[in-house]
Design a protein around this ligand. Structure first.
Ligand code: GZL
Length: 307
């Protein structure tokens, strides 16, 4: 939105504010809503005008939103791509309109990295490895068969692809640990419950559940308890995210281990937006800080947990 200046490039809102267009995946999980709240709060704190769009999990909605931001001549576009592929055309349109793009949370598979300025988010392969490494340690020295079922995130999304990859890599050296069933639960609690019900019916002896996020793990816990089994005991559970509901279940011993994936990307995003608008160089990749939690650590961390 020009402020009356000659150039038609985004040169700040009417009152000179940086105008940031953000296309969000949707509201599928506790992680996502915490991520949205943080982006909105940090945009306000930075004094930016935020144009926020929720795509309801649909890629075509995200593409339409990005096109809308281009038409409105925002200063910077940021988005969390619901899936990794199918973005090159719209990213080219943003580049041709001279509007810098920042990827947050999830990555795209575009070969042309000039289509975006930076990717701010977690290393999902590392998260999968941390989950697998815990399981390997848990069964160290034993070589009885360990049957794992896997609730995968949204099909084609960077976190689902990479959390599957990292976990598989970590358990590769232990042939007794086997993934006997894997299916997407779309990062949703309800889907996690339904798919876990199917796993329980089709697979008699499940030893471990690896869920790509807390929400699917929490849905699975409902199914496990309904089947008369003890989550965290009869079936060990590993999840990723560490949102409040997940940490509460961990502290109660219904989940055994959580790999943190921080949704608090807002502050870093606003700092990056300011830099790219000013034409300053930014690193191609910005990693987020995150850790892991055992039940004891969850009990200690819960009181000050922000989300
Ligand atoms: C990970 C993020 C994932 C979370 C899920 O950065 O993209 O999407 O792990 C969320 O909870 O739905």
């Amino acid at each position: 939105a020009g402020c009356g200046g000659g150039d038609d490039k985004g040169s700040g809102g009417d009152d000179g504010k940086l105008v940031l267009g953000f296309s969000q995946v949707g509201a599928e999980s506790g992680w996502r809503t915490a991520n949205t709240k943080d982006i909105q709060a940090e945009a306000a704190a930075a004094g930016f005008e935020l144009k926020f769009s929720d795509a309801g999990g649909k890629q075509e909605q995200q593409i339409a939103a990005i096109r809308g931001f281009i038409t409105q001549k925002v200063d910077v576009i940021a988005f969390s791509p619901v899936v990794t592929s199918g973005w090159d055309a719209v990213l080219k349109e943003a580049k041709d309109a001279d509007i810098p793009v920042i990827l947050t949370d999830r990555a795209v598979d575009s070969q042309d990295t000039s289509l975006y300025k930076t990717f701010l988010g977690s290393d999902f392969v590392e998260e999968g490895k941390k989950a697998g490494n815990w399981l390997v340690k848990e069964y160290e020295g034993k070589n009885e068969p360990v049957n794992v079922v896997e609730l995968q995130g949204t099909t084609g999304s960077a976190p689902a692809i990479d959390r599957q990859k990292g976990f598989a890599e970590a358990i590769k050296a232990n042939p007794n640990i086997k993934i006997v069933k894997a299916q997407t639960g779309d990062f949703k609690r309800a889907d996690g419950k339904t798919v876990m019900e199917q796993f329980l019916q089709s697979t008699p002896d499940i030893d471990v559940l690896y869920a790509h996020n807390d929400d699917m793990g929490l849905g699975a816990i409902e199914a496990i308890e309904a089947a008369g089994k003890k989550p965290g005991k009869d079936i060990k559970i590993i999840t990723v995210d560490a949102v409040k509901d997940g940490m509460t279940a961990l502290a109660a011993g219904k989940i055994n281990y959580i790999v943190e994936c921080s949704p608090l990307l807002g502050k870093q995003l606003m700092d990056l937006a300011k830099k790219v608008k000013a034409g300053e160089d930014v690193p191609q990749r910005v990693l987020t800080e995150e850790t892991t939690f055992t039940p004891e650590q969850a009990k200690a961390a819960l009181p000050d947990r922000k989300y």
